[in-house]
Structure formats: C-alpha cells, structure tokens
Write a new protein. Structure first.
Length: 377
C-alpha cells in the first residue's frame, strides 16, 4: 500500500521525549520515504503524566501554575489546564504524585491528597464549570480525605478533632461533616479519569493491590485495609450507598471514592475519554494507517494504556497499526491480539539506557522511516 494519510498518536517516552516531540520526529522519518504524505499528529496521554500538556495543546487551552501542598504537606508548584469553555483538566500526580516523595512506610501512612483538593479549588477560582481529574501516579492511601478537606469537608475523631493526615488518620475517623463543602462543587460537573477500576477495599482493593508500591509493607496491609473498611462504612452511612464497591473507587488510594461521594464524579477509563475529547476517531475515519507507541510496551499495556485504546479504535476502520516503542516485553502476542500489527523498537543497536535517551531523536526518526517502508510493502 501507499498510504496518503497517517495518524500519529503517540504516548510520551517518560523522562526522554514528549508525545509531540515523538510525533514530529516520526513525521521527519516518514517524509524521508514519502515527502508528500499527510501526517496528522495528535499528542496523547491516558489520564496520568502528560495529560494536561496533550489536552491543552489539542484544545487550545492554557496552563496555570499554583502553589499547593505536596503529599507530606510541604509547598510545591503544580499546574492545571483550562479551556475557553471553562473546562479544567487536573493531574493528581502534579500535586499528590508518587514521584514527589520517597516511598517509605511512614510516608505511605502520612501522605495526603490535600494538594489535589487545592488544585480543584484553584480551578473553581478560575470559573471552571467542568473538571476532569486524572488520578494516575498517586502517592496516597488516604481515601481522598485530604482532597475533600481542601474542599471544606471535615473528618473528626471521637474527641471532635480533625483526624491526622494520610491513611493513619482513617484509624481515628468517627464522623464526616459536609456542611462546609465548597458550594461551587455541586454546581460543577466532575469526571474522573483512571485506568484503575479496583473497588476501595478487600483483596482487590486500593491497599492490598497498590499499597506496596507506595511503601506500605505487607505486614501492615490487613491493618490499613481495616481502617479503609471503616472509612468505607462512614461514607456509606453519609450518602446512603456503598460507593466503595463501585469500579474505580479504589483508584489513587481511594481518591476515587471521595470524588464520587463528595463531587458526584463519574468514572471514565482514562484513554477512552481522552480519545473522545481529542476527536481522534474523526481523524482515523479518513486515514490509511496509524502509528502509536509508548516508552515500554508489555502485558500491562493492555489494561487501559493509550496505545491499546488507539489500536482498538483504529481497527474499527480496518487500519494497520504500528507501535514505536523504546522497549518491549519478550511476549508480544497479547499486544498483537489487542490490535497492534507491528511493534518496532526505536533502538537499533545495543546501547545503554542513558545512550538510548541521548539518541532518542535520531532513533525515532529512523523508526519513522522504517514504519513508512513497512506500510508500503
């Protein structure tokens, strides 16, 4: 085939290149083979790191930076995006992310989502009427209590005192008071973006599945999950529904539960909603091929990651899909079954990770040329 239009919808190579940089380099490689081919570049993210930048670029929005608390209550700068239509986009990782603190037992018990709530308040201050919250990459296990506190909700112990920050505070929780919840919250549509559909508690809940990667040791899992169970019951008593059982309630250490309970947020698989917002399908309807990819592709990519969402959409139009990756797992069959037709590694000779990152531009340009030639076969 000789494609006339190729859609490039790449996720970033984290720590190495942005989604847009990768698309531009791939375009250079493609044009070595076919200078007149039309290339449509769509920056992509899945609700985690890089989501704001991708969306603001595509939707002509602007980014604002404010000072918030990091997960341990220390000041940090965090940005969010807002469009002319007063639609705001927030990444939890900017304020309450796992990369902002060390993953230790003490931090896992103390980390608070308060900074996320401060970002929501900042968006409301800018007049946001609709807010999308990407909750990937969190450092917290507090059930979203910190976020809700920033919005005006009070969580008190049996002595009438505000509970301590983090998961540890859940052990003290006796009452929840929403009388001072920011009234703007009820006037705003909230949407939660996540690739995590776990419930709040239990064997498949926030603590047992994700607590370990945030620093919580195995011998504390049952205890902390018990605290979260108590919190789940308090939320159920408050709203008259077991929100902790919903898909996504356990996302981001339980922030999903708080967003649903206090902000009436609906839950979207991150990549599905973002592809809709970016109108990717509209571009695919007139395309001949799609190039996607990410830094490392393995079986985990099947679970809501951007390239697989893009591949599935492309297959509605019977389009060939090539994935350009920094690296890939030994077993690629699940990726091919999910709609990827060809996985191309950007690295074309033995090199260290540092060398690969230093040479990412030329490697990706060459990969673009290889992809274009593969499509012509």
């Amino acid at each position: 085939m000789e494609p006339k239009k190729i859609v490039i919808a790449m996720d970033s190579f984290k720590g190495s290149a942005t989604s847009l940089e990768l698309a531009e380099w791939l375009e250079s490689g493609i044009h070595r083979v076919q200078p007149d081919i039309q290339v449509t570049k769509i920056p992509i993210a899945d609700g985690g790191e890089g989501t704001i930048a991708a969306l603001m670029l595509a939707l002509n929005g602007r980014c604002l930076t404010v000072e918030v608390n990091n997960p341990l209550g220390e000041p940090t700068k965090a940005s969010f995006g807002i469009t002319e239509q007063q639609i705001a986009f927030i990444e939890m990782a900017k304020a309450s992310g796992i990369t902002l603190i060390e993953q230790t037992e003490a931090n896992a018990l103390q980390a608070s989502s308060y900074g996320l709530g401060q970002l929501i308040v900042a968006a409301l201050d800018q007049g946001a009427k609709e807010i999308y919250v990407g909750i990937g990459g969190s450092a917290t296990n507090d059930g979203g209590v910190g976020m809700a506190q920033a919005l005006g909700v009070s969580f008190k112990d049996t002595h009438g005192q505000e509970i301590a920050p983090g998961a540890a505070g859940l052990a003290e929780l006796a009452t929840i008071d929403i009388s001072r919840l920011d009234p703007r919250v009820s006037q705003t549509a909230f949407h939660m973006l996540s690739d995590v559909a776990n419930p709040l508690t239990g064997d498949n809940g926030a603590i047992r599945i994700y607590g370990g990667q945030k620093g919580l040791p195995e011998n504390r899992m049952a205890e902390v999950d018990g605290w979260m169970q108590q919190y789940r019951q308090r939320i159920s008593d408050l709203v008259g529904e077991d929100i902790g059982a919903r898909a996504g309630a356990g996302a981001a250490g339980g922030v999903g539960t708080a967003l649903m309970a206090f902000c009436q947020a609906d839950f979207y698989q991150g990549i599905d909603k973002i592809l809709e917002l970016l109108q990717v399908e509209k571009q695919m309807a007139t395309a001949d091929a799609v190039i996607t990819g990410e830094g490392f592709m393995d079986a985990q990519s099947i679970n809501g990651k951007a390239p697989i969402g893009i591949a599935k959409m492309a297959k509605r139009y019977d389009l060939p899909v090539i994935a350009i990756v920094g690296g890939a797992a030994d077993e690629l069959a699940p990726l091919y079954e999910a709609g990827i037709d060809l996985v191309l590694g950007a690295v074309n000779r033995p090199m260290t990770l540092a060398e690969a990152m230093d040479h990412v531009k030329i490697n990706v340009i060459n990969a673009g040329e290889t992809a274009a030639r593969a499509l012509m076969i």
